[in-house]
Write a protein that binds this ligand. Structure first.
Ligand SMILES: *Cc1c(COP(=O)(O)O)cnc(C)c1O
Length: 414
């Protein structure tokens, strides 16, 4: 891998996969063989061992009492969720559909929570029947849950998702602070807590999620500390003791040239401090962090085959059978403001000396269908396999697969 790393100095993030005879290996299998095993390109492959390793590394720096949840919208493939269910302490779902996958995967209903604006009546009913925790995001959800609980006789377990009065600084995607569709504004929470008491719902805690894809430990530490303080203040108006305090996550992974891996040490130290304080200040509470991409993003690759090689006015285009319809994020169209290249390589020519500057594009009739914009790659031709790294999160299910009617891609866990 050393050689490959040398030839890709700008991307921090490919060293987790080994190379044998110039070919990338995933889960101990050579890429070309894996492609044959899958039976088609394009496909996503997720490395089981890397998923396990990431959770282990996290546990080593996070305080032992901290509960680690997987936010499964990052990668809801049932086999991935099934693997992680055995490693993490809980699963956070964002819909009735995800709830089904989590339960099918064997997740303990007591350790599942449901968040998201606009939970439909049917989803709330599913949640109550399953016995999972609902992170409340509006007053309407209280009255609906109370009615469902009354009609079914099952208790409605709730936490309050708080839209904090601060933001997660330097975050790729802000999801709290200011006016947001997520959660309930901190100022309205005392009134919401009174309504929970009035309707006899089972109050269990608070959920704060300030933002996503953050690579600055000091920003994450600040958001977690502020979330803790805010929860302490709000707990004074709570109908019963706080049992769960979900401090969110936001741990980012390096996607682009120049980005470094997140330094977990200061985050672990701060969480240890908060866990100690919780023993006295919120004695019945378990602290939770919920991570999506941090757990799965680096364990996954997207693989497409080169169909054509074209030169247009001096610029080389490698046209593949995959593109933005399977991997919107890598094309730069999933919320990115400035398009940057994900780490990309020719997976069956990792150590080839001959290099060239080429663009990797997909088959769609739009210039947005771009997987690599003028990158230095091994010289490639039709039949070679293009690999996009850092693709384990917000890949297939975050992409418009039906756009232009090309065949769907597959997913495998290796
Ligand atoms: C999407 C989401 C996450 C996961 O975000 P990542 O950036 O993938 O870690 C966690 N919590 C909530 C509430 C979310 O909506």
């Amino acid at each position: 891998m050393k050689q490959a790393e040398r030839s890709m100095p700008s991307h921090a993030s490919m060293g987790q996969f080994s190379v044998e005879d110039g070919e990338l290996q995933v889960g101990g299998i050579r890429l070309s063989r894996l492609a044959a095993r899958v039976g088609q390109t394009p496909f996503y492959a997720y490395d089981r061992r890397l998923l396990t390793q990431r959770v282990r590394e996290l546990r080593a720096v996070l305080p032992a009492s901290l509960r680690l949840h997987y936010a499964m919208k990052a990668n809801p493939m049932p086999a991935v969720v099934g693997h992680l269910v055995g490693l993490v302490d809980g699963i956070d779902v964002a819909s009735g559909g995800e709830l089904k996958v989590a339960l099918d995967a064997g997740a303990d209903a007591r350790e599942i929570s449901l968040a998201g604006p606009g939970k439909r009546h049917s989803e709330l009913r599913q949640a109550v029947a399953a016995g999972i925790l609902v992170n409340l995001e509006s007053f309407r959800e209280i009255t609906e849950l109370a009615a469902i609980s009354q009609a079914t006789g099952y208790p409605a377990r709730v936490a309050v998702r708080v839209n904090p009065d601060f933001e997660l600084k330097s975050s790729g995607m802000k999801m709290g602070g200011g006016a947001k569709q997520f959660g309930v504004d901190a100022e309205q929470v005392p009134e919401l807590l009174a309504a929970i008491r009035h309707h006899g719902l089972t109050f269990e805690g608070f959920h704060l999620f300030a933002g996503s894809q953050n690579l600055k430990p000091e920003a994450i530490v600040e958001a977690q500390s502020k979330s803790f303080e805010l929860a302490l203040r709000l707990a004074r108006s709570a109908p019963s003791a706080v049992r769960f305090l979900n401090l969110g996550g936001g741990f980012g992974i390096p996607y682009f040239p120049g980005e470094q891996r997140l330094d977990l040490q200061p985050i672990g130290e701060n969480l240890a401090l908060l866990a100690q304080r919780a023993v006295h200040e919120l004695p019945e509470a378990e602290l939770v962090v919920e991570l999506g991409r941090y757990l799965v993003g680096e364990a996954g690759i997207y693989v497409a085959r080169i169909v054509d090689r074209k030169v247009s006015r001096g610029q080389i285009f490698l046209v593949t059978d995959g593109g933005l319809h399977h991997h919107l994020s890598a094309s730069g169209n999933f919320g990115q403001i400035i398009r940057k290249n994900y780490p990309v390589a020719i997976g069956n020519k990792m150590l080839t000396a001959a290099r060239e500057t080429a663009s990797v594009v997909g088959p769609l009739c739009t210039p947005l269908d771009l997987l690599a914009d003028r990158m230095e790659l091994s010289e490639a031709e039709a039949g070679d396999l293009v690999v996009v790294f850092q693709s384990g999160a917000y890949g297939m299910t975050a992409s418009p697969q039906a756009f232009l009617g090309h065949p769907p891609c597959l997913e495998v866990v290796v």
